[in-house]
Design a protein around this ligand. Structure first.
Ligand SMILES: [Zn+2]
Length: 334
């Protein structure tokens, strides 16, 4: 995938990824700027290692305005008992750390969307350098990879864990098994709008077991969704045989995204009126949202009709939309 002539990553870890025990440190990425001539971006990382068992890589903050992952992972890094670990747990609670600090989806440094920057570049932007470090240094160590997402400021989701349909059916089955172990209220066989540049794609192309999530959104986290994230992380570690103890199985219902017909996009700007709530059943052709023009009175709203029968899995969060915004995602129920 990567040519051998790539220069080394500029990132220096302050932890030893091979050392036994619990370490809290940083991935230090040089970033020279006005307020810090020889400064660095300091990305928090925890390494919890006991013996030579399998390795899990757990990440949040791939997008900086999604909070269930960072909350669950800062908490896990502090509380995970190394005595219960048989292997290695690498935790990076906020992968796109500059974006996380700014509370924005993309990095304030280079506008980099981390999940469109993979596999990254060692001589690229700050965001691309972080991606490259994961691709070449962290991911090769991992057997199982869990990356937390939520809807951020502009989307809200029914809480689900997800894996992708993959060409390798053995790898695909392992992904869905790990999703089942995660035990979110919903489990998704996921379709991406455009998989190019995604962490997910890089991880899966390396043959790793990969679980992602969408646990809520709106630029915040709720007690319910944080609890799902915490339980899910522990369950995936138990499922991988890295942490001892029984999986806390909960009922989950499977959703599918069978085609691009899942997605509805706004073609107008205006005030969005949702006609159904997250988790509600919808029927093909049903009006699920209306977009009211806001320039003048007396004009009928545009109607958004779902092309599928299923349930509302995601919706636009802010009250105003513009052309091109994703306004709804409908999943079909297994
Ligand atoms: Zn995200």
């Amino acid at each position: 995938m990567q040519s051998k002539t790539l220069r080394p990553s500029p990132i220096t870890p302050t932890v030893d990824l091979d050392k036994q025990g619990v370490q809290h440190g940083f991935l230090r990425l040089p970033y020279s700027r006005d307020d810090s001539a020889w400064g660095s971006v300091m990305i928090p990382i925890a390494v919890i290692r006991n013996g030579n068992g399998p390795t899990a890589l757990l990440t949040g903050g791939n997008h900086g305005d999604e909070y269930e992952g960072p909350i669950a992972l800062f908490d896990l890094a502090r509380t995970l008992d190394v005595g219960r670990v048989g292997g290695t747990v690498i935790i990076v609670p906020a992968m796109n750390y500059p974006a996380f600090r700014a509370g924005t989806r993309t990095s304030p440094i280079d506008r980099g969307n981390m999940n469109r920057s993979y596999p990254g570049k060692p001589d690229g932007t700050v965001t691309q350098k972080i991606a490259d470090y994961f691709t070449r240094e962290l991911l090769p160590r991992a057997d199982v990879v869990l990356d937390f997402h939520s809807g951020g400021r502009t989307l809200d989701f029914v809480p689900f864990a997800a894996a992708h349909i993959l060409p390798d059916k053995v790898q695909e089955a392992k992904g869905f098994d790990a999703v089942k172990a995660f035990s979110a209220p919903w489990s998704m066989r996921m379709l991406e709008i455009d998989a190019v540049g995604m962490y997910d794609t890089t991880v899966e192309e390396m043959g790793k077991v990969f679980v992602t999530t969408e646990l809520g959104g709106g630029g915040t986290a709720r007690a319910e969704t944080v609890a799902i994230a915490k339980r899910g992380a522990m369950n995936v570690l138990r499922h991988a045989g890295i942490v001892s103890g029984k999986i806390d199985h909960r009922d989950t219902r499977w959703l599918d995204m069978p085609s691009r017909d899942c997605f509805s996009f706004a073609e107008d700007e205006g005030l969005i009126e949702t006609m159904v709530d997250l988790g509600d059943s919808v029927k093909e052709g049903q009006v699920i949202a209306r977009i009211h023009p806001i320039g003048r009175t007396g004009i009928a709203p545009a109607e958004i009709r779902t092309k599928l029968t299923g349930l509302l899995a995601a919706r636009h969060f802010p009250g105003l939309v513009k052309p091109g915004d994703c306004v709804a995602v409908v999943g079909t129920v297994d």
